[in-house]
Design a protein around this ligand. Structure first.
Ligand SMILES: [Mn+2]
Length: 403
């Protein structure tokens, strides 16, 4: 017998985007405001198109214990559409939306297609059928009654009990364990010892897709902590074996920490083009990417200014939220001397006669070098600063703050 299902978790309906402390265009605002729902809609459309047999939600469907009406409506529409298409949905409560917070979700209490474990009926294993009405899988649910559960869920979960059906653990837990962890800490071994065929896990927002132990991650990142692509898992089972587990991206807004090395092998324009291409690749399928850019490496005599990077790389679809420029200028004196720039002039001047070389190539530089030889510089300070800024502007291409 074969069947397919979607595994999602940590939808966090109602959570706002964090960390957005920069201006957004109206178009970008709209993308941000609707990202959440669009991601869920895409998941729903995929389930309908592929005619999956059921959908699993492994906890934290809502972000807060108080389920706001808009979020409830989003979930309602989602469940309704799946019900119309005869697709079952099985949900466990997570630490963000524990059982005690499901006080209003009565809309589906009589539905044969929706089951929120531990809410309308006791949490116990459940046999579920495929579209043909044949018994296909057995679900072992573990959800949160309240916001914390400081013990291993494996202690209360039953061992796999069916050889004929596909055994699925639907568990909100933290498989990284830890003594002080209050989010159902456990180990991979403890989970695997239960003997299930698939572990539909929830809690960790970064996708972590193992052979059997699977965290699909959140469907839509909401802060720079959730970097990378987000989506859900589409699992195909044949003869009680996992045939495929495909990670399907559905996020609309994507965060990245992008680190780029600068080298002498390319010009600044090439570097900017290279970063632009990387961003293009990252943003495939997303409507908006938010990039925190770090530059590192050593180049001979140019350091690309932060504001240039921001201006050149930002588009309607790309936000450069921050630039950390750790790239350094090569301090090899011989290389600098042959570079022909202002730095080369300074080095040459310091080694030779200031008047002849500096005055010949850069009048301001000559003036600055002369000022540096005056012992009482108080009255000349502002002029020296001004010249230094002009020279830096020439070296760094306009970035003169904090000089
Ligand atoms: Mn959680």
């Amino acid at each position: 017998m074969n069947f397919s299902f979607i595994h999602t978790a940590d939808i966090h309906l109602g959570r706002a985007f964090a960390d957005i402390d920069y201006d957004l265009s109206p178009e970008q605002k709209n993308i941000i405001n609707t990202a959440h729902e669009k991601a869920l809609e895409e998941l729903c459309g995929f389930a309908v198109d592929k005619e999956v047999d059921f959908v699993l939600i492994a906890g934290d469907t809502f972000d807060e214990c108080e389920h706001d009406l808009h979020s409830r409506l989003v979930l309602y529409n989602f469940l309704k559409r799946l019900e119309t298409n005869e697709i079952g949905v099985y949900i466990v409560p997570g630490n963000h939306d524990p059982e005690s917070s499901y006080t209003k979700e009565l809309e589906f209490k009589d539905s044969t297609y929706v089951k929120i474990f531990g809410v309308n009926t006791p949490s116990e294993t459940l046999v579920i059928k495929n579209r043909e009405g044949e018994e296909a899988a057995i679900i072992y649910p573990f959800g949160f009654k309240t916001t914390e559960y400081p013990a291993s869920p494996c202690k209360v979960l039953e061992n796999a009990k069916s050889k004929d059906l596909f055994n699925i653990g639907l568990i909100h837990c933290d498989k990284t364990g830890g003594e002080k962890n209050v989010y159902a800490p456990c180990s991979e071994k403890e989970l695997l010892d239960l003997g299930y065929d698939y572990y539909a896990l929830g809690h960790i927002h970064k996708p972590d897709i193992g052979e059997k132990l699977v965290y699909p991650g959140t469907i839509q990142a909401r802060s720079r902590k959730d970097t990378g692509e987000h989506g859900f898992c589409y699992v195909n089972v044949d003869n009680n074996r996992i045939v495929s587990n495909e990670f399907v991206k559905c996020d609309k807004v994507r965060y990245y920490n992008l680190t780029v090395s600068v080298t002498d092998d390319e010009t600044e324009i090439d570097t900017i083009e290279r970063i632009r291409n990387l961003i293009d690749e990252f943003s495939r399928g997303a409507e908006l990417v938010i990039i925190n850019l770090t530059l590192e490496g050593i180049c001979r005599y140019k350091k690309i200014a932060d504001n240039i990077l921001k201006t050149e790389l930002s588009t309607n679809r790309v936000i450069i939220s921050g630039v950390e420029n750790n790239s350094a200028i090569d301090t090899d004196i011989n290389l600098i001397k042959t570079s022909g720039g202002v730095l080369a002039q300074i080095v040459l001047a310091s080694e030779n006669d200031v008047e002849i070389i500096a005055a010949d190539t850069n009048k301001e530089l000559a003036e600055l070098l002369k000022l540096s030889q005056v012992t009482d510089t108080t009255s000349l300070e502002s002029r020296a600063t001004e010249i230094a800024q002009n020279i830096c502007k020439e070296i760094y291409g306009g970035e003169t703050e904090n000089v």
